[in-house]
Design a protein around this ligand. Structure first.
Ligand SMILES: *[C@@H]1O[C@H](CO)[C@@H](O)[C@H](O)[C@H]1NC(C)=O
Length: 293
């Protein structure tokens, strides 16, 4: 009896270790503090803001969450509450719901955008991953990206090209502005789009979503319900039939080209009352995402 129990315990420990995929910064004193960092990527200086959680533990693999700004936006706006500066909208509403369990990063795009020319912005992401992995304890199977507009387009590019490094993404009002290198691998994908978006149409958002509906082996989302214009609400639909560990979700809201969508009775965009942060967090923390599939 004793002998049969021991190997099982050992196996369970091994399995946990493998699932956590701890970075080289684990088990050491952290060498990165919250603040603005500058790194050189292919000869270009790139800046990002990082937020280390208050109860950081160097033996715990933390989630690593990137928040990518919109065109003409800045990293400090992402860190401080978006274009409206709402307290509840720090890192797209995720800082509050993460409750000090995740490392947050807001990178700065060159000239306020993410053209990703020649893969330069993907190289920036790769460099940040390597830098942060070394300085902090990251669960490498729990990296995520969220962005709005141009930042959502870059998040889409990450989903296309870096599905092996990232566990999931959320794209708010995305278009295809940053390319899609590769684009054939499954990754957990949450698309969020306004039915009245006059800047990057919801039709384009559906097309981006459908790439991952296909890659993840889900049933078509062509019939997913969307709210009527004027309804002041949103409808979130989970795709059916997806491969275990690779869900797709789609939230259409009665709003325009906005990041912090809120339902009535709140204003169309309301960082402190948006459902976006809580729904993205719920999606990224689905039990099927907690193991590397
Ligand atoms: C946040 O984390 C703290 C400490 O781990 C815990 O005591 C608290 O219940 C959490 N709050 C929520 C809302 O989950």
């Amino acid at each position: 009896m004793l002998f049969s129990a021991q190997p099982l315990v050992g196996l369970a420990l091994l399995a946990n270790t493998a699932m956590a995929a701890l970075s080289s910064g684990c088990g050491k004193a952290p060498t990165i503090e919250s603040g603005i960092k500058t790194i050189t990527v292919d000869g270009t200086q790139r800046e990002f803001t990082i937020r280390v959680p208050e109860n950081y533990q160097n033996d715990q693999g933390h989630k690593l969450i990137y928040g990518l700004h919109w065109v003409g936006g800045r990293m400090d706006q992402v860190a401080n509450g978006g274009d409206t500066g709402s307290k509840g909208w720090k890192y797209f509403g995720l800082q509050d719901v993460a409750n000090e369990t995740a490392i947050f990063v807001a990178p700065q795009g060159l000239n306020g955008g993410w053209p990703n020319s020649g893969g330069s912005d993907l190289a920036f992401i790769d460099s940040m991953n390597a830098y942060i992995d070394e300085g902090l304890c990251v669960d490498q199977s729990q990296r995520f990206s969220i962005g709005f507009s141009y930042g959502a387009s870059m998040t889409y590019a990450i989903a296309c090209a870096r599905a092996s490094d990232f566990r999931g993404v959320a794209a708010i009002a995305a278009g295809q502005l940053s390319g899609c290198d590769g684009g054939n691998d499954p990754i957990a994908y949450f698309g969020i789009h306004g039915v009245r978006d006059g800047t990057l149409s919801i039709d384009g958002g559906r097309t981006l979503r459908d790439r991952f509906v296909t890659n993840n082996g889900c049933d078509s989302m062509a019939g997913a319900k969307e709210p009527a214009s004027g309804s002041r609400t949103h409808i979130t639909t989970a795709a059916t039939g997806c491969k275990e560990g690779y869900p797709v979700q789609w939230a259409a809201h009665d709003g325009g080209h906005i990041q912090a969508a809120a339902d009535a009775p709140y204003a169309e965009e309301e960082g402190d009352h948006s459902w976006v942060g809580p729904e993205v967090w719920a999606f990224w923390t689905l039990p099927e995402l907690s193991t590397s599939a």
